[in-house]
Design a binder for this molecule. Structure first.
Ligand SMILES: NC(=O)c1ccc[n+]([C@@H]2O[C@H](COP(=O)([O-])OP(=O)(O)OC[C@H]3O[C@@H](n4cnc5c(N)ncnc54)[C@H](O)[C@@H]3O)[C@@H](O)[C@H]2O)c1
Ligand SMILES: [Zn+2]
Ligand SMILES: [Zn+2]
Length: 366
């Protein structure tokens, strides 16, 4: 099959026609990928921020049509349109039993870049290719456990719905599931890419009263205001801390989301979170980065909560239909997140746009 292959950090992806993918085994399906959004987590592999040995097929925000199903798969059939998730929950492990599906021990392909049994199902001339960021969807086909492909109604536009797979599950889920923001809350969001703008929309859906959106890129601040932010701040132009404190009567925000992937912004988010409030780490900084909590006794006495977030703490089987329902109800703007569409041959131009802050999400047609 045809696929965009990452071979060397810092080098462009290479389009290959000689990639092999296995037929679906028991419990698996093979999906013909139609569209894949580009996420910064893919770019972090391509740029070398997340170091990986050997070739990888990245892309984990995708949609397509089921091509074949393995033995025992009853929920899906060839021809079904699906949105894919990079984190298919098994439904039965320690974490799934506790309703923490995003921590599923069998859904850790985001980290292992393999299927649950350790195989990737991908090769080229006998050499294994990694199944990047839980899917490997910048390719004509993906192989996934059946729970990784969520059937959608035939009228759902797959070129739009693909962004649910990562950006929307993550951003909206960070608000509704991870933080469980309540109506009337005050919220700060630092970083307004696809993930941050979905977080803004999640805060609006949750009924947050104050939604402060921060990004140095003017067009992204404008998008945030259109999607429900009450205030948009350019951190390069003003003192963010002073602005946020003025907007919250010197209390700080109830919830702060770091959605840029910059460790220093986790520290500033924590500083601007009120006593008893929550700071949510959504962004994925380079592997070696650290966060420092100064005066930890003050942190402890203020009862602040510092919280991780993987794919918006989502159970994708529930979340993808829920996001589509919100979209149908006019409460979730998916189209507004997509500012470019390109063929697979232009995948490197798509990543260049992301790096330069041009547009928001690029969707690749495959
Ligand atoms: N936790 C998860 O499950 C999960 C899922 C998807 C993506 N991510 C991570 O989330 C982050 C965002 O992903 P994305 O695809 O939206 O990326 P993106 O590159 O589209 O957006 C990042 C944004 O941060 C902005 N930014 C840069 N410096 C800033 C600053 N000082 N203050 C405020 N904003 C600043 C950029 O201008 C850009 O708009 C990445 O680190 C990505 O790897 C995490
Ligand atoms: Zn599980
Ligand atoms: Zn992603």
């Amino acid at each position: 099959m045809r696929a965009a292959v990452f071979e060397t950090a810092g080098q462009p992806l290479v389009i290959r026609d000689d990639v092999e993918i296995i037929a679906p085994r028991a419990g698996e399906v093979r999906v013909r990928v139609h569209y894949c959004g580009l996420c910064h987590s893919d770019y972090s592999v391509v740029s070398g921020s997340f170091p990986f040995m050997g070739p990888v097929i990245v892309g984990h925000e995708a949609s397509g049509v089921v091509e074949s199903v393995g033995p025992g798969v009853t929920r899906l059939a060839p021809g079904d349109p699906v949105v894919l998730t990079p984190l298919p929950p098994c439904g039965s492990c320690y974490f799934c039993q506790r309703g923490q599906h995003s921590l599923c021990v069998n859904g850790i392909g985001i980290a292992t870049m393999a299927l649950p049994d350790g195989n990737t199902g991908l090769s080229r001339g006998g050499e294994t290719l990694l199944r990047g960021v839980g899917l490997g969807a910048l390719a004509e086909y993906v192989i996934t456990p059946a729970n990784g492909a969520i059937k959608v109604d035939p009228d759902v536009p797959l070129d739009v719905a693909c962004v649910i797979g990562c950006a929307v599950q993550t951003g909206v889920g960070a608000v509704l599931n991870t933080a469980q923001v309540e109506a009337g809350a005050t919220v700060l969001i630092q970083g307004l890419g696809g993930v941050g703008l979905a977080t803004v929309q999640g805060a609006r859906i949750a009924g947050a009263a104050l939604i402060v959106a921060v990004d140095p890129v003017a067009s992204r601040r404008e998008a945030a205001l259109a999607m429900g932010a009450t205030h948009a701040i350019d951190p390069a132009a003003v003192n963010l801390g002073a602005e946020v404190m003025a907007l919250t009567q010197n209390i700080g925000v109830d919830y702060a989301f770091e959605t840029a992937g910059i460790a220093k912004l986790i520290e500033s988010s924590l500083a601007l979170t009120r006593s008893g409030g929550m700071t949510v780490c959504v962004g994925a900084p380079p592997l070696e980065d650290k966060v420092t909590i100064e005066n930890v006794v003050i942190f402890a006495s203020m009862e602040k909560k510092l919280c991780g977030c993987l794919l918006g703490s989502c159970n994708s089987l529930r979340e993808i239909p829920r996001m589509l329902a919100l979209w149908r109800a006019g409460q979730l703007d998916l189209e507004g997140l997509i500012t470019a569409r390109r063929p697979l041959a232009e995948v490197n131009e798509g990543f260049a746009d992301m790096k330069a802050g041009r547009g928001i999400r690029t969707v690749i047609a495959i």
